[in-house]
Design a protein around this ligand. Sequence first.
Ligand SMILES: NC(=O)c1ccc[n+]([C@@H]2O[C@H](COP(=O)([O-])OP(=O)(O)OC[C@H]3O[C@@H](n4cnc5c(N)ncnc54)[C@H](O)[C@@H]3O)[C@@H](O)[C@H]2O)c1
Length: 369
Amino acid sequence: MKAVRIGIIGCGNISSIYFEAGSKFPILDIVACADLDIERARAQAEKYGIPHACSVEELLAKPDIELVLNLTIPSSHAEIHLKALDAGKHTYGEKPLAIELKESKQILDLAAEKGLLVGTAPDTFLGGVLQTGRKLIEDGWIGKPIAANAFLMCHGPESFHPNPDFLYQKGAGPLFDMGPYYLTALIHLMGPVKRVTGSAASFAKERMVTSEINYGRKFPVETPTHVAGVLDFQNGAIATMVMSFDVWGTRLPFIEIHGTTGSMILSDPNEFGGKVLVKRQDYTDFVEMPLTHGFTTNNRGIGLMDMAFAIREGREQRASGELGYHVLEVMHGFYIASDSGQHYQLNSVCKKPELLPLELTHQGFNILE
Ligand SMILES: NC(=O)c1ccc[n+]([C@@H]2O[C@H](COP(=O)([O-])OP(=O)(O)OC[C@H]3O[C@@H](n4cnc5c(N)ncnc54)[C@H](O)[C@@H]3O)[C@@H](O)[C@H]2O)c1
C-alpha cells in the first residue's frame, strides 16, 4: 500500500517519538518538518533524515504532502489544524484537539466540507492494555459495566519539568493535559457520555519549580489544579473521576471498571502496556489476565498509522476528531458544572472506536516493536 506523505509542524519534545514512528510504520512517510523556530526543525530533520526543514507556510504549500502532523502546543492546535485543512490536507494532532469547543467545531466542520480526515491523540487506547480491557468487557468477563473510577493523583510536573509554566495555563492543568488519556480510555471502554457534574479549584496562586534545572523559580497558576467529577454514560454507567496536581500520595488505581458480574483494574492510560486485573463474582481475588492485543511499548503514532490506513482504505480512523471533540466537551462540562452548580448535558456524541483486529498484531501493520 502506498505510504501517506506527511509534514510535521512542531518539532519540540514530543516530536522525536513521531519521527521514530516514521521509520517504524512503513505506511508513514515523513517528507518535511517545520517549526516557528526553524533551528528546531533543521535539527530534527538532520537527526531523522527528513528531506526538508522549512517554514510552516512552505510546508503547507507543498502539493505532495497529504497529511499534516500537528505537534504544536495546545494554544496553536486549532490554528494549525485549520490551516492544514484549508491547504487541502488531512490533519492529525497531539491532544487536546483544540482548547475551545467553538474552534474545535470549526475544525470538524471544515474537514467534513472538504472531505478530509481529522485525527487526534491520545492513541494509548490502541495499546495492549486498553484493547484487552475492551475485549474482555465485550466478551462478558465482568458483565454489563455499571460504574467506573479514574484517578490521576500527583503533585504536578514541576518536580521533573524545568519549564512547567504552560502546564498551569488555560488549556492545561491536570484536566486538560492528562484528562484526555483517562476520558478517551473510558469512552473507548464504555461509549459516549450523557452528562457530567464536577467541582474544580486551585489552592495556590503560584507554584515553584523543584526540578534541578530552574529550582526555586516561581510561576503563576491560571487553571484549576484539582478537579473532581461524576460522569453519566449513555449506557447507564456512572463514573467518578479525579484529576489532581495537588496530591502528595495515594493508593488509588488509575482506572477501574465495575460490571454486574465482576470488576476490572487497568493500568496507566498514559501508557500502552501494563496489567489488566479481573475479579469475577466467584473469584477470591483479582487475577492478571493475558493481554489479547499487542503494542505494549511506547507506540505513540499508532493512531496516526491507523489514520493513514483509513485514508487509503476509505474508512473512519479510530483516534478520530469526533472522539477528541467529545472528550473536549466533557472537560469543558466539568468546569461549566462547577461554575454553574448544575449538571452539564453533553451536546456531542461519538461512536466507540472499533477494536483493533487481533490478527493485526505486528504483521498486519508490518511494524518492528
Ligand atoms: N512532551 C510530552 O511528553 C508530551 C506527551 C504527550 C503529549 N504532548 C503534547 O504534544 C504537544 C507538544 O508538546 P511538546 O512537549 O512537544 O511541546 P514543546 O513546547 O516542546 O514543542 C512544541 C513546538 O511547537 C512549536 N510551535 C508552537 N506553535 C507553533 C506554530 N504556531 N507554528 C509552528 N510551530 C509552533 C514550538 O516552537 C515548539 O518547538 C502538546 O499538545 C502536548 O500536550 C506532549
